[in-house]
Design a protein around this ligand. Sequence first.
Ligand code: HH2
Length: 303
Amino acid sequence: MGSELRGVTTSFTLPMFRDRAWPARDRPGAVIVGILNVTPDSFFDGGRYVDPGHAAAHAQALVAAGADAVDIGGESTRPGASPVPQAEELRRVLPVLRRVRPAVSVPISIDTYKAAVARRALDEGADMINDVSAGRFDPEMLDVVAGADAAIVLMHMQGVPAAMQRAPAYPGGDVVGVVEDFLRERAAAGRDAGVARSRIVLDPGIGFGKTTLHNVQLLDRLDAVVRLGYPVMVGPSRKRFIGELTGDEPAGRLAGTAAAVALAIDRGASLVRVHDVEAMVSVARVASACRAHAVGGSTSLDQ
Ligand code: HH2
């Protein structure tokens, strides 16, 4: 998976997909995962893509803008969100997946913590499951992913979306240590269930049971998660902590998102989950080059 970038190398890694490596990409550096929420209530794009035709068109637009993967979600996990019944989540996600799968060649990820949704989506051609509960909310999830040879994102969340932002706190204030221990344990659980090491991605869960300070600490100390030895995904896109730092509403958080994405890549993130693909492709190019130079030493930047 090597490609030249001004004579430097990083340990940049990408997960396997089903029976294949990540498809060839036309640029090196961090992977851009474009967000497609097919929900009425997501905090930024809610209600825009509930129609499967609009959703499929947006997926193609994300890919045309440079997305290396598309993450389709049928349940908002914003702070205060209520769970969506399984049947409703399937009703939202499957028609979109059926249209998007034949229309794009990039990997498709499904943002769900329900094993039944994951199973149906993997049957219909999804490549990766993005589980914000890291396989804890549904005891069958890891088995489903292992059985399909799919990849999985294991994300840290404290509490549940409905209540996670009510005064989040960590023992001794050590959010980095807690998240690191959690992700180490969940990666081991995934491997115990039969998910190959090469198919696991870890995510510190920006905004999931965290104050602004916790989020900043996790971004700054992302190396602690990177050192666990798996590709790391980070999803700061337009989130509340950016608004708390800048005073901007979600619509005005593009520049703040760019700063967080650049920092995450500099600290070793291999994948960034974003709404604004075109802008973040440029951010990722610059930040990935700087990361490659910083880690530097030999001759290529893997993908
Ligand atoms: N953030 C959101 C949803 N899924 N998955 C991962 N792995 N990491 C994240 O940071 C993450 C995620 C929340 O953002 P969004 O999808 O834009 O909003 P909503 O939950 O309201 O649909």
